[in-house]
Design a protein around this ligand. Structure first.
Ligand SMILES: [Zn+2]
Length: 243
């Protein structure tokens, strides 16, 4: 094979691998942000559950205070009941006491339902705390895995970049210039295999004589359609199906 063609193939492989690695590296910050967002969402659910529980407890304390006031009022009214002078006053005061007792029962019912609700909310907070602990653990594990992946990708990128530069340094300037020009126009892919009489990237059918010449891999030839530098790659052997 033409030595420059062989170098270009290696150069393209290093470039393509480097692009893939750099592409994945550039995804790392977004993936890290996704991990942080998942943890923050779980934290927000826990905080909401805690707030709801605290809100219920506050309402209950307020109703308990009101209940105490009502009970004090009832005692006071019952004391005054002994001091009234007329039947009419007595009846009026009894009605007043009955009204206070209705309020007391209503408050007691409220407090009871708040206690029941508080128990449900406390279970919910406990559940959210468990979920948050799990989310923290996931965040730690996945964060470490992502760090590890980023480190490996960084190393790979360094190695591929050095390999690319080393190969590029051995390619004659004119050929390298052609490579870069085609790469710029063709999404970073300047070298394409030819197989079955076709350019394997743009799939244009090559003229028979050109394909015959290409098969020798002795000169730098470009695809007439996409301009990529072509090299011949024999089709992989067909594996016979087992009888
Ligand atoms: Zn082509």
């Amino acid at each position: 094979m033409n030595a420059d063609l062989e170098r270009l193939i290696r150069l393209q492989r290093a470039e393509t691998d480097l692009r893939r690695v750099e592409g994945e590296l550039s995804e790392v910050p977004r993936r890290r942000a996704d991990l942080d967002a998942a943890l923050a969402a779980e934290k927000a659910r826990l905080e909401a559950a805690r707030q709801e529980l605290a809100g219920g407890q506050k309402a209950r304390r307020q109703h308990e205070g009101e209940l105490q006031d009502l009970e004090a009022k009832r005692s006071r009214l019952k004391g005054q009941l002994m001091e009234v002078k007329t039947n009419k006053e007595y009846t009026a005061m009894l009605h007043e006491i009955e009204a206070v007792e209705r309020d007391i029962r209503a408050r007691e019912d409220q407090i009871l339902s708040e206690m029941e609700r508080g128990e449900t909310l406390a279970v919910e907070v406990k559940r959210e705390e468990d979920l948050y602990r799990q989310a923290e653990e996931r965040h730690r594990t996945q964060g470490r895995a992502l760090d590890e992946r980023a480190r490996a990708l960084g190393e790979q990128a360094g190695r591929l970049g050095a390999e690319r530069d080393a190969v590029a340094a051995t390619v004659p300037p004119g050929v390298l210039e052609l490579f870069h020009r085609v790469a710029r126009l063709r999404g970073g892919v300047a070298v394409a295999a030819a197989q079955d009489g076709m350019c394997q990237v743009c799939h244009v059918k090559l003229r028979p004589q050109m394909y015959v010449d290409l098969k020798r891999n002795e000169e730098i030839m470009q695809c007439p359609a996409c301009n990529r530098i072509l090299y011949y790659e024999p089709a992989p052997p067909v594996v016979a199906a087992e009888p």
